[in-house]
Design a protein around this ligand. Structure first.
Ligand SMILES: Nc1ncnc2c1ncn2[C@@H]1O[C@H](COP(=O)(O)OP(=O)(O)OP(=O)(O)O)[C@@H](O)[C@H]1O
Ligand SMILES: [Mg+2]
Length: 308
């Protein structure tokens, strides 16, 4: 990323230069992947699960001695087995361009599943749909997609973000189906991630659920204050600017080190373009953000009943 770009991201992931710490978590998940263990990543919203997944992917894709392919599927918008199957097919389609041999093989394989491939008129992004007559056919398609991936000459890391959605699918057997398929795979490691803590815990730790005790659980909490403070000061310094220790401390205590809010305040403070940032400026930025969010909070309040 160019040096004049704001170094505090509030959306997505770019590269590790803009990513603070999480070294223990990266190491733990990488170790799981290398040792054939699946991982379940849980945290409150906006603490950095998705960014962490991309950070971990970077580790595998940059490694020279191993042959890894990392795929990310966000199933937040999936409401049933059909949309899950389509989301997985699309992730594979996007990952392996037709000029790579896997991409070529996938395209041939996909054709047999009779997909409808369309391109979004605005974004140009592909979309894949299957119009199968029976639910059983989706089970078969999902299985063959995962088995196709597993049988390529690469180790697969497949991250399924917002995995708790599966529990809400109208088909009641999807968890069991996935667990059964996953057990047959040899070269695929999974990272299941989700923010609905009680649902995720229930899925992975209740003895009567298919995924019971089948993965290593990893809870993500706030980034330690010393690491975050050093990161913030370093990003300012790299761009020949400075921020006072007092201001950094104020940000971290005001946001309770919540990643998204910390990133937002730092982003706004940086965006003002001052050579050196002090506590007064930071306090004003916090106030402004609070005011901007007021509309949203009011809306939440109107959703509550008087007693609530
Ligand atoms: N370690 C980090 N260092 C710097 N920025 C980060 C870090 N982790 C996350 N972020 C930033 O914080 C924001 C929220 O992170 P992310 O979307 O990964 O959270 P999440 O837990 O997946 O949220 P959600 O529950 O909404 O899916 C993103 O803009 C991301 O770039
Ligand atoms: Mg996320």
């Amino acid at each position: 990323m160019e040096k004049n770009v704001n170094p505090f991201l509030t959306i997505g992931y770019v590269e590790k230069d803009y990513f603070c710490d999480r070294e223990n978590e990266v190491e733990a998940v990488c170790k799981n992947v290398e040792n054939g263990m699946n991982t379940t990543l849980i945290s409150a919203r906006r603490l950095g699960k998705s960014a962490l997944i991309h950070r971990i992917f970077e580790e595998f894709e940059d490694s020279e001695d191993e042959n890894y392919a990392c795929l990310y599927v966000d199933i937040y918008a999936c409401t049933n087995l059909k949309s899950l199957t389509e989301a997985l097919a699309l992730a594979i389609f996007n990952k392996f361009p037709a000029k790579r041999s896997i991409g070529k093989r996938f395209f041939d394989f996909l054709k047999n599943l009779r997909p409808i491939i369309t391109y979004d008129a605005l974004t140009g992004q592909p979309e894949i749909h299957f119009e199968l007559a029976q639910a059983k056919e989706y089970e078969h398609t999902l299985r063959s997609l995962l088995q196709f991936l597993d049988s390529q000459q690469v180790d697969i890391v497949l991250a399924v973000d917002e995995f708790q959605q599966v529990a809400d699918f109208p088909e009641k057997n999807v968890e069991a189906l996935l667990r059964t398929i996953i057990q047959t795979l040899k070269n695929t490691q999974f990272i299941f991630s989700g923010s609905k803590k009680h649902l995720m815990l229930e899925m992975f730790t209740a003895a009567n659920r298919p995924f019971f005790s089948s993965t290593q659980m990893l809870g993500l909490s706030e980034i330690p204050a010393d690491k975050y403070a050093a990161f913030i000061r370093e990003k300012f310094a790299e761009r020949s600017r400075s921020i006072s220790s007092e201001a950094v401390e104020f940000i971290l205590s005001w946001t309770l080190r919540h990643t998204y809010y910390t990133q937002t305040i730092c982003n706004r403070a940086f965006a003002e373009g001052k050579k050196s940032v002090g506590i007064e400026q930071v306090k004003r930025v916090c106030d402004e953000q609070l005011n901007l969010q007021q509309v949203t909070y009011m809306q939440y309040r109107s959703l509550l009943s008087p007693i609530q």
